[in-house]
Design a protein around this ligand. Structure first.
Ligand SMILES: Cc1ncc(COP(=O)(O)O)c(C=O)c1O
Length: 391
């Protein structure tokens, strides 16, 4: 019988050697071998890409990081998974493995700021041209593709403005043009959507967020199919990427409860949205909740659930009063991450740099919330009081 993902989250990464429910934390640099022949044999296996239970040197990882690599591969339906020390590291590894001078890359206009910097600043220095396309218009994507286009990088949904794209259509366009595809899937996690099964070549998650879920670790995962595996492996080695075994262990521990946490994040968020919908200062809620919209139908088509990250557009001629609203919230921390157990809030208007300027109209303020695992009654009461500050 094939277990479901819920069961897999509980059973994957049991430690066969110690017979323990969880893998051991193995911190290593040196790995010992019985003799030279054994070392060379292990090097050969790794070179060939054979799945191994230990590496010949700690930079490539230890039993703990291998346990997490295999866990993510199983969840994503991936050929292999690479671990890096941050989600951003995985984004950089994906892009730098593929793009070469003279190539072009097409990127969703909604990507979060650091990805935008990598593509438009770092790649530019390496002679790679970036085109941003409007995630709400597939014609815009098609118009950016030419013979030099090597890669398509999307963030779905955009983690500030929450556009959900028609992913199968995107894959069709990419395949027709022989373009390598990568998705930043941090919002959806491989529990709610499996991008590689839809045809993406690479799927990235910041393990810092929902996978670990406790705001105490930074880590990135890059799951790949067979087609791009060798390329990524090569650059991963040359660039020296690695995740620490302690961090990998914390992500493995978080993964055991991913399903339960996501469900609660979603339930709490829906309750908060029902409240915010009735507030007249809130002009728009950027979350897939409105039936009949394209965002909702694309979310429904590809995701088996939702999470706790969304934005609102607040109308006010007084920006200071929006800051007062944010600052007076008691149960929402002001902080940049998300995906942990705690609720967070951020003013985001000033960081949105887009080619397709649609969202930030005059006197509209983009505020992003992460709804945590607190009692939603407390969160709603908190919001009810604070929202009065908006003038
Ligand atoms: C959508 C998205 N992708 C990737 C990352 C990068 O993750 P990390 O903070 O682990 O580098 C972030 C971080 O905020 C994010 O919001």
């Amino acid at each position: 019988m094939k277990p479901t993902d819920i069961t897999k989250l509980k059973h994957l990464a049991q430690d066969k050697i110690s017979r323990s429910a969880n893998p051991a934390v193995v911190r290593n640099s040196t790995v010992f071998f019985k003799n030279m022949q054994e070392l060379i044999k292990q090097e050969d296996l790794v070179k060939k890409g054979t799945k191994v239970s230990f590496y010949e040197y700690g930079r490539a990882g230890s039993q703990t990081t291998i346990a997490l690599e295999n866990f993510i591969s199983e969840l994503e339906g991936a050929y292999r998974t690479f671990l890096t020390s941050t989600g951003f590291g995985s984004i950089a590894l994906a892009i730098m493995s593929i793009c070469r001078p003279g190539d072009e890359i097409v990127v969703t206009d909604a990507v979060y700021a650091p990805t935008r910097m990598i593509t438009s600043k770092l790649l530019k220095e390496f002679g790679v041209k970036t085109h941003f396309y409007n995630p709400e218009n597939l014609k815009s994507l098609k118009s950016k593709i030419n013979k030099k286009t090597k890669m398509l990088f999307i963030e779905n949904p955009g983690s500030n403005t929450f556009e959900f794209q028609d992913l199968s259509e995107i894959i069709k366009i990419a395949k027709k043009n022989k373009i390598i595809t990568a998705i930043d899937n941090t919002w959806g996690t491989p529990f709610l959507i499996k991008p590689l099964k839809l045809g993406f070549d690479m799927s990235i998650s910041s393990g810092t967020k929902y996978l670990s879920g406790h705001s105490d670790v930074m880590l990135g995962t890059l799951a790949v199919n067979k087609k791009v595996y060798e390329k990524v492996k090569f650059y991963n080695k040359l660039l020296g990427y690695r995740a620490s075994p302690d961090d990998a262990y914390l992500v493995l521990r978080g993964l055991r409860t991913l399903d339960i946490r996501l469900k609660r994040h979603e339930e709490n968020t829906k309750r908060i949205i029902s409240f915010l919908k009735q507030e007249n200062k809130i002009k728009e809620i950027l979350y897939p909740y409105k039936k009949g919209t394209e965002n909702y139908s694309n979310w429904k088509k590809y995701y088996s659930g939702s999470t706790g990250l969304f934005s609102v557009l607040i109308y006010s001629k007084n920006k200071n009063s929006v800051f007062k609203f944010i600052n007076s919230l008691k149960f929402f921390g002001i902080g940049q991450s998300w995906g942990g157990f705690e609720s967070l809030v951020l003013y985001q208007s000033h960081i949105i740099q887009r080619v397709y300027k649609k969202y930030i109209k005059p006197n509209h303020h983009l505020v992003r919330f992460h709804i945590g695992l607190e009692d939603p009654k407390d969160l709603i009461e908190d919001l009810r009081k604070a929202i009065k500050k908006i003038r």
